[in-house]
Unconditional design. Structure first.
Length: 268
């Protein structure tokens, strides 16, 4: 009975997250237009860069253009300015009410984050449609790549939500998280490979980035889809995603335990 109530509560938080995005239709229209412009510019830039050139690092123009288009669309879905209202609820004190609900706070926030992500999916599809019209998309390198890239996309989405939530938790100590969110968003946009694929980065930088969770958000699913990462290497990247999911979940739990004491000290 309790489990059923918690499932209903989680679904309710997911719906609330979706509605929080769909309620602002002007922002959705602006976001769609911005994404289409971003996709068009990315295609134009990479086609210009490759004009009359041979493949670079084994990557031809068609693959580079497809990567830029898909990565831009993934970024728009996985890296919004902010997934949840947790920072605002902490600042206003509404967090005290959240703590009294039968569904745990982290599950409440995760449900809302999931709703935000689902509501942003149409933006990504609009961007992909624009890329398709411009002839920038390619089919997956095979059925195995299609399935594994789909799994990797889910893993990347979960990692993105966990990272965003961890940054949002800083509000328990600072009451203002705009600065950390700006640093996180721009840093993750670069380190995830959504701006520049990892295969174009210098060896020392790529080696460092591969130790971070960001590349699992965008680079991993797109590189597998395009066949730039194959076989055992592709499976290894998905395994790395699973490892980061465990690490980030444990880190979030540790931060939340400390944050709970912080709430008590401040009087809830």
């Amino acid at each position: 009975m309790i489990a059923a109530e918690q499932v209903r509560a989680f679904r309710g938080m997911t719906r609330a997250g979706t509605r929080s995005v769909l309620a602002y239709r002007g922002d959705l229209v602006t976001g769609a237009i911005t994404l289409v412009i971003q996709v068009v510019l990315a295609i134009a830039v990479w086609r210009t860069v490759y004009a009359g050139r041979a493949p670079v690092n084994g990557v031809d123009a068609r693959t580079a253009v497809a990567y830029a288009s898909i990565a831009a669309c993934l970024q728009s879905v996985l890296l919004p300015w902010q997934f949840s209202t947790l920072p605002m609820r902490i600042r206003t004190g509404q967090i005290a009410t959240d703590l009294t609900r039968p569904l745990g706070l982290m599950w409440q926030v995760f449900g809302q984050n999931l709703g935000v992500l689902l509501a942003r999916l149409p933006l990504g599809l609009i961007g992909l449609a624009a890329a398709g019209v411009l002839g920038a998309l390619v089919a997956p390198s095979g059925w195995a790549a299609a399935v594994l890239s789909a799994v990797a996309t889910v893993g990347g989405a979960l990692i993105a939500m966990l990272c965003n939530l961890i940054v949002s938790m800083v509000t328990f100590w600072t009451f203002e998280v705009s600065g950390p969110l700006i640093v996180y968003r721009f840093g993750s946009a670069f380190l995830s490979g959504s701006l520049i694929p990892l295969w174009f980065m210098p060896g020392w930088l790529r080696g460092a980035v591969e130790w971070l969770p960001f590349q699992a958000q965008v680079y991993t699913p797109v590189s597998i889809y395009l066949g730039q990462t194959r076989g055992g290497e592709a499976v290894a990247l998905v395994a790395v995603q699973l490892g980061w999911l465990v690490v980030l979940t444990l880190l979030l739990e540790l931060i939340w335990r400390r944050a709970r004491h912080k709430v008590v000290v401040q009087g809830g």
